[in-house]
Design a protein around this ligand. Structure first.
Ligand SMILES: *[C@@H]1O[C@H](CO)[C@@H](O)[C@H](O)[C@H]1NC(C)=O
Ligand SMILES: *[C@@H]1O[C@H](CO)[C@@H](O)[C@H](O)[C@H]1NC(C)=O
Ligand SMILES: *[C@@H]1O[C@H](CO)[C@@H](O)[C@H](O)[C@H]1NC(C)=O
Ligand SMILES: *[C@@H]1O[C@H](CO)[C@@H](O)[C@H](O)[C@H]1NC(C)=O
Length: 420
C-alpha cells in the first residue's frame, strides 16, 4: 500500500456517483453531440492573476519566504474593479481551506467569489497560499520531488510559520501595522494555531472572521473525508518517499481526471455535483454547474500525507491537540505522553465565527464548542440558509446574500477609510 490508497477511496466514491447518475439518465449521447465540451473552460486553466484579469481585475503576484525556507505565492488585488470609493485600511488577508488554494476564491466568478466581492467592497485584498499547495511547492533548500523532508509538515507549521510570514510581508509592503483576517476551514484552523503558538502575531490582526473553522473536528460526518484522514493517520508513519508523502496534488491523477470529466457541462451537473455532495452535503442549485466545471482545475491542490494524518488524529481524539508521535516520542517532544492541546484562550482578539447547519465536514456542534473556548468572541453566526454546506462558503452562487453581508459588516466596523 502506498499513498494511492487515499486516491482509491476517492475513486470509489466517484464511481459510486457515476453509477447513481447512469441509473437516472443517458448522458453519453449528449457529450458526443456537443463538440465544444471537449474544451476546458478558460478559468479552470487560469492561475490567479490570469483568472482575475479575465474579468478586468488587476492582481499582483508576490513571493513570501517562510523562516524555514518555503516559498509561497501570495496574490493581491489592491483595488477591485467595482470599488468606487477609497480603499479601507487595514489590508485583508484571505486564507483558503484544505486541498484548496488562492484560486478557490475566484472559482465562483465575479458575482460570488469572495476575492471579487471583498476587493469590490474597497478592501486592499491579499490572498494567501500555504506550503504544499501548487503555489507553495518550493523551498530554498529542499526539493519537493526528491527530499522527503519537504513534506514533513502539517497545519501546525502553516499556523506557526506560513501565516506569520505572510502577515509580516503584507505589513512591510503596505506600511500598515495591522491586518484583518478571513479564513475558511483549514484557513481558520491555522489562525487559531498561530495565536496559540506564536507571540505578537495574533495582536497584528484587528478582527478575525472564520468560515466553517476546522478546529476541533470531533463530529465531522463526511464519510470520504473521515476515511481519507483516518487512512493517513494509520499509514503515514510507514511512508517515506516524496511521491507517497505528497497527496492529491494538482496535476496528479485525481485532479487531472476530475478536471477532465468535470469540464463537460453535463457531467459537471450530474456526476461531479454528486461527487461533491458525497464528500460534503447537498445544497440543491447552490453551486452553479459552471463553477463545478471550473473548480476542479484548481482542486484538489495538494498537501502532505502528514497534514491529512493530523486531521485524522484530531478526529479520532476529538481534541484540538498537537501532532501525536506516539507515547514515547511525545514524551521527548512535549514532555507529556498525550499531545498537548492548543491554547484557544490565547486568541484574545475579536473573533467572528460563521457556520452552516448542513456542513458535514465541520459540524456545528464543534463550532459551538469552539465559541465557548474563545475569550473575545464577537458573534457565532449560523447561516440562515439551512442547506448551507462546507463548500458553499467558496463555491455557492449565493455568497453575496448568505455570508458576505456578515463579513462586510465586521470588516467595515474594524477598518477605516484610507487617505488615498
Ligand atoms: C500566472 O500566469 C502568468 C501569465 O501566464 C505568469 O506570468 C505567472 O508566472 C503565473 N504565476 C504563477 C504563480 O503561476
Ligand atoms: C520590506 O519592503 C521593502 C520594500 O518596500 C523591501 O526592500 C524589504 O526587503 C522588505 N523587507 C522584508 C523583510 O520583507
Ligand atoms: C488555556 O487553555 C489551556 C489549554 O486548554 C489550559 O491548560 C489553560 O489552563 C488555559 N488558561 C487559562 C488562563 O484559562
Ligand atoms: C465595532 O468595533 C468597535 C471597536 O472598533 C467595537 O468596540 C464594537 O463592539 C464593534 N461593533 C460591533 C457590532 O462589532
Amino acid at each position: 500500500m502506498t499513498s494511492k490508497g487515499g486516491d482509491v477511496i476517492f475513486l470509489l466514491f466517484l464511481f459510486l456517483a457515476i453509477f447513481k447518475s447512469i441509473l437516472g439518465q443517458n448522458w453519453a449521447f449528449e457529450i458526443n453531440k456537443d463538440a465544444s465540451s471537449i474544451d476546458y473552460p478558460r478559468d479552470s486553466l487560469s492561475n490567479f492573476t490570469e483568472f482575475a484579469r479575465n474579468y478586468g481585475y488587476t492582481a499582483e503576484e508576490h513571493t513570501v519566504i517562510t523562516e524555514d525556507g518555503y516559498i509561497l505565492s501570495v496574490f493581491r488585488i489592491s483595488k477591485g474593479k467595482n470599488c468606487r470609493g477609497r480603499i479601507r485600511q487595514p489590508p485583508v488577508l484571505l486564507m483558503h481551506g484544505l486541498l484548496q488554494s488562492s484560486d478557490s476564491w475566484l472559482d465562483a466568478g465575479p458575482s460570488a467569489g469572495l476575492a471579487f466581492l471583498i476587493s469590490d467592497a474597497c478592501y486592499d485584498l491579499w490572498v494567501g497560499n500555504v506550503r504544499g499547495t501548487y503555489y507553495g511547492r518550493r523551498n530554498v533548500r529542499l526539493n519537493p520531488d526528491t527530499d522527503a523532508q519537504f513534506w514533513n509538515f502539517d497545519t501546525h507549521d502553516m499556523g506557526k510559520l506560513d501565516v506569520p510570514a505572510i502577515i509580516d510581508y503584507i505589513l512591510n509592503e503596505t506600511g500598515s501595522s495591522k491586518i484583518n483576517y478571513v479564513g475558511f476551514s483549514q484557513g481558520a484552523r491555522i489562525f487559531f494555531i498561530m495565536c496559540s503558538e506564536t507571540s505578537g502575531y495574533c495582536d497584528k490582526i484587528t478582527v478575525s472572521i472564520n468560515l466553517a473553522p476546522a478546529v476541533r473536528v470531533k463530529y465531522t460526518r463526511s464519510v470520504p473525508v473521515q476515511l481519507l484522514a483516518r487512512f493517513y493517520a494509520v499509514t503515514e508513519p510507514l511512508l517515506s518517499s516524496p511521491r507517497e508523502l505528497e497527496v492529491l496534488q494538482k496535476g496528479g491523477f485525481i485532479q487531472k481526471a476530475a478536471s477532465f470529466f468535470c469540464k463537460d457541462s453535463v457531467l459537471a451537473g450530474t456526476v461531479c455535483r454528486t461527487a461533491l455532495a458525497l464528500i460534503d452535503s447537498y445544497d440543491p442549485d447552490s453551486i452553479l454547474t459552471q463553477t463545478i466545471r471550473v473548480l476542479f482545475g484548481h482542486f484538489p491542490g495538494g498537501t502532505s500525507a502528514r497534514n491529512l494524518a493530523f486531521f485524522g488524529q484530531n478526529a479520532i481524539a476529538g481534541r484540538f491537540q498537537k501532532y501525536d508521535y506516539g507515547p514515547s516520542k511525545n514524551l521527548q517532544v512535549y514532555g507529556t505522553i498525550q499531545p498537548p492541546l492548543y491554547n484557544l484562550n490565547r486568541t484574545n482578539i475579536p473573533v467572528v465565527l460563521i457556520y452552516g447547519e448542513n456542513d458535514l465536514l465541520v459540524d456545528s456542534k464543534d463550532v459551538q464548542w469552539l465559541s465557548t473556548q474563545l475569550p473575545n468572541l464577537i458573534e457565532a453566526y449560523q447561516v440562515r440558509r439551512l442547506a448551507w454546506t462546507h463548500f458553499d462558503n467558496c463555491y455557492s452562487q449565493y455568497t453575496k446574500k448568505t455570508i458576505f453581508p456578515k463579513i462586510h459588516k465586521y470588516l467595515q466596523n474594524y477598518s477605516k477609510e484610507g487617505s488615498v
